[in-house]
Write a protein that binds this ligand. Structure first.
Ligand code: PMT
Length: 402
């Protein structure tokens, strides 16, 4: 069965340049089995015509609260009751402000007030407007009310600015819609995930670190959240946004990550160590910037605690998943770490291959347990993360509860 089979989606379009992408979104949602009814604001019609949306959705497009003909066909209260989910994409700063204020001055805002269905908004606006205090306060209020906020993405904007405020890609919106209706098989579970690099200070301006971007760990956090888990994400310094709904704990050094991991892990059902933790730290961090007085310089390093190995020593040990970033003898080293660190599963990535691993959007993993070897071929990290979470559930967690 298609994942959106028989799901009734009201898709609200507001007046932003990204509205031109919405016919494609409608088509993709329909491909997955959804019945889509489009509601447009006056602003949206400046960017795209109702006729286009009617053609791709196969349904009448509603655009007015005071249209007696449309009310005869399916009144606004009926439409609000019909929906399993209301998605607003693109959601301008204006509609975000209006639904936060509880206004009902057009069809879309009225539907949001009149529905008991969940609402998801996909913001799209200029980056300054997104960062404006008013918008951020509105978003926080909506999040507290349980509205789902999908995006925005970062990058170049129609106005030439660069930053946060782009509508997520259509494929991402479709994935989020499917995930929304997916089975919440991790309900009641608590996943603690480490992600990103650590930084080990040398002096007040320099540090030792690595190329981890946090993308893999954040994608796992996202996948676990979508499957219904409570997620604590312990992250080193990265430039990406944590998935909405996780409990984010930001750290800098391996020792800080170690402390937070050991505080959170006793409550966890699964612990995933995706962080690229520095194995060593500087023995004596200089209190002042080190001067270039001599040709050579030596740093004395001491070994950091092994975070995942220490969590695996807990009396009430969660299901333990480690990662192994290797450039050679991948299976040999990964299996060594699996055993030495007392893990249940290790996800090995060959970081010598280009286009995967550190700082890439893609990855390929081989999972090793004491008895299994499972390949997850090269794919976007969000896909890999979803596969990993599904596999952990099907092969290990669900088995334990049988
Ligand atoms: O962040 P991205 O750019 O998306 O890149 C993803 C990734 C390549 C960083 C990720 O897929 C990955 O492989 N993470 C683990 C990297 C690593 O440090 O591997 P390792 O082989 O050195 O460590 C083995 C395991 O022990 C890992 O689970 C690591 O988190 C853990 N460890 C290591 C040292 C330490 N002091 N404490 C630990 O917990």
């Amino acid at each position: 069965m298609q994942i959106l089979q028989d799901k009734k989606i009201v898709l609200g379009i507001t007046g932003g340049i990204a509205a031109y992408k919405i016919p494609e979104l409608v088509r993709r949602l329909k491909d997955h089995g959804a019945d889509v009814r489009v509601v447009m604001t006056e602003g949206a019609k400046a960017f795209i015509t109702p006729l286009t949306l009617q053609a791709v959705s196969g349904n009448h497009v509603a655009d007015s609260l005071l249209d007696s003909q449309a009310e005869l066909a399916m009144g606004h209260i009926e439409l609000a009751k019909w929906a399993d989910l209301i998605i607003i994409a693109p959601a301008t700063a204006d509609i975000i402000a209006r639904i936060t204020a509880g206004m009902a001055n057009d069809l879309l805002s009225t539907l949001c007030l009149a529905t008991s269905a969940p609402i998801a908004i996909a913001p799209a606006m200029n980056q300054q407007m997104w960062h404006a205090k008013a918008t951020q306060e509105n978003i926080n209020t909506l999040l507290q009310r349980g509205v789902h906020v999908w995006g925005p993405g970062a990058g170049e904007q129609a106005c030439g600015d660069i930053g946060l405020g782009r509508l997520l890609e259509v494929s991402e919106l479709v994935t989020l819609s499917c995930d929304f209706f997916a089975e919440k098989f991790l309900q009641g579970q608590h996943w603690v995930i480490t992600a990103g690099p650590t930084r080990e200070a040398i002096d007040p301006v320099r540090y030792i670190s690595n190329h981890s971007s946090g993308k893999m760990g954040y994608a796992i956090a996202n996948a676990a959240l979508n499957a219904g888990a409570q997620v604590t994400l312990i992250s080193g310094p990265v430039n990406i946004t944590a998935p909405v709904g996780c409990d984010l704990i930001q750290v800098i050094s391996a020792e800080q990550m170690h402390k937070q991991a050991l505080t959170c892990a006793p409550q966890a059902t699964t612990f995933v160590a995706c962080a690229a933790v520095a194995d060593y730290r500087v023995a004596d961090i200089a209190s002042e910037k080190i001067k270039k007085d001599s040709e050579n310089m030596q740093l004395s390093l001491v070994k950091n605690h092994d975070i995942v190995a220490d969590v695996a020593k807990l009396v009430k040990k969660p299901f333990m998943v480690g990662f192994a970033a290797e450039t050679q003898n991948v299976e040999h080293y990964a299996r060594g770490k699996l055993k030495r660190k007392n893990l249940d599963l290790i996800a090995a990535n060959d970081v010598a291959k280009s286009g995967q691993g550190f700082n890439s959007d893609n990855n390929a993993l081989t999972l090793y347990s004491a008895i299994d070897k499972i390949e997850l071929p090269l794919a976007n990290k969000h896909i890999i993360a979803k596969q990993l979470v599904n596999l952990i559930n099907q092969h290990y967690l669900a088995k334990d509860t049988k």
